[in-house]
Write a protein that binds this ligand. Sequence first.
Ligand code: BG6
Length: 513
Amino acid sequence: MAEETRHPFLHGLSKHRGSPPTVIVIFGASGDLTARKLIPAIYNLGFDGLLPTDFHLIGFGRKPIPNAKFRKIAEGAIEEFSRRKLSKEVWARLAPRTTYMDGGYDDKKAFVELAKTIKELEKKTGQELQTLFYISTPPNVFAPIIKNLGASGLASRYLGKPHQSRVIIEKPFGRDLATAQALNKELTTVFAEDQVFRIDHYLGKETVQDLLVQRFANSIFEPIWNRNFIDHVQITVAEQVGVESRAGYYEQSGALRDMIQNHTMQLLALTAMEPPVSMDAESMRDEKVKVLKAIQPLKLDGPDPDFARAQYGDGVIDGKPVHGYLNEKDVAPQSGTETFAALRLSINNWRWQGVPFYLRSGKHMARRVSEIAIRFKQPPGNLFGASSGFQLASNTLAFQIQPDEGLSLILNAKIPGLETRTQPVKMNFKYATTFGSNTPEAYERLVLDAMIGDGTLFIRGDETERSWQLCTPLLEHWAKQGREGMDTYASGSWGPKAADKLLAGNGHTWREP
Ligand code: BG6
């Protein structure tokens, strides 16, 4: 393996973060996520030497697929989607350990068969294997899979030991509070909470983890990280893509369920939480839950509600005309599904009282950009140029989650010259410049963490319920309203007017990152 292609950070990592011998079983093995993210993630872990020597991958799905064909599909997925080119050497090690089984998700016999296959692998290798189940299917089969993992004994293999069975469950984790509670109940009837890894891939992003490092490994932020210095916070998760071929899913979801309830809320929790006593899973998640609990219920009625929603209309993206959501394939002509949602949240605790947190996410927006922008208060009075009409910019610390990952700080500086005039300037830190650009993908980190049993970057049951508790009244409100009050925004813009109104009352405006 060429030494220079390895990320320097990973050299020390492999020594300390070894996983027990493991078999990963992917349910939904012929799905899109498996090809785009999971197989490439496992391959890259193999490339970095982070898979245990005794590693096996079993794809499980409804369609019968011969092993050889599944291996070809996996190889093709690596070629197409991996951040690194396919190394024949790494694949030669992984391919013989990759197999496929077909079976019905509600067929207990198929799970008993799976248990037998795993036992045979153990016999062959003379080792006890940890089983990590990855549920990457549509949500309507989550429950039968969980039930059958319980009924077949697969869920309780080596319970209480470091190599006990574990389960990763993909989103959507419910579609409102009641369904999330029901799913939690199904899961925890079969698995203990420390066996469950609810995924939110945003937590696996390098920049999202760096937010924690920036906050808690530097001493300059803590004294100013509160209502005395911060005016407001803007969290933007904008996408340029539209609904593409996913209308079947998206029509039942919408921006609030698809992005705000999970990814954007997680960014908020990490920004606003108190320092945890340690970085272990429970301490981290305790703090996230605490801050989510402090968020006030949304104001739904009256002239100035705490939300905006809209659908993209016709517009231009990358210089090309594109059509609106209602004209997309498989979208109902009178669809009430929002492709953009924005919220204004108040966090009722000592740190954040009176500091609005604005969240927005949408498809077909001007750019693909995710960022957390901390806007600081203006200095008391403008000594420089207020009389000549110069406005000082608000100091803004922006965490650029993606793309163009980095951190920037906007300051006011003097323009060189014989009079004192000011101009906002930007201090920039770019990941790519300092560390190079080939950093691990979110799923690599998360699959490795789950293999090791580290739940720090996964969502705990009470956390997801709390987040649904905040969003559910709004979802019900929208369901009642149908299309009434649905705004539109031009594709390729920064969103609807209603989202600007959300900030205007406080004299704020959205950044155009
Ligand atoms: C997924 C959503 O969770 O996140 C998609 O279902 C969205 O609709 C995607 O496109 C965005 O993820 P990323 O990592 O590309 O920002």
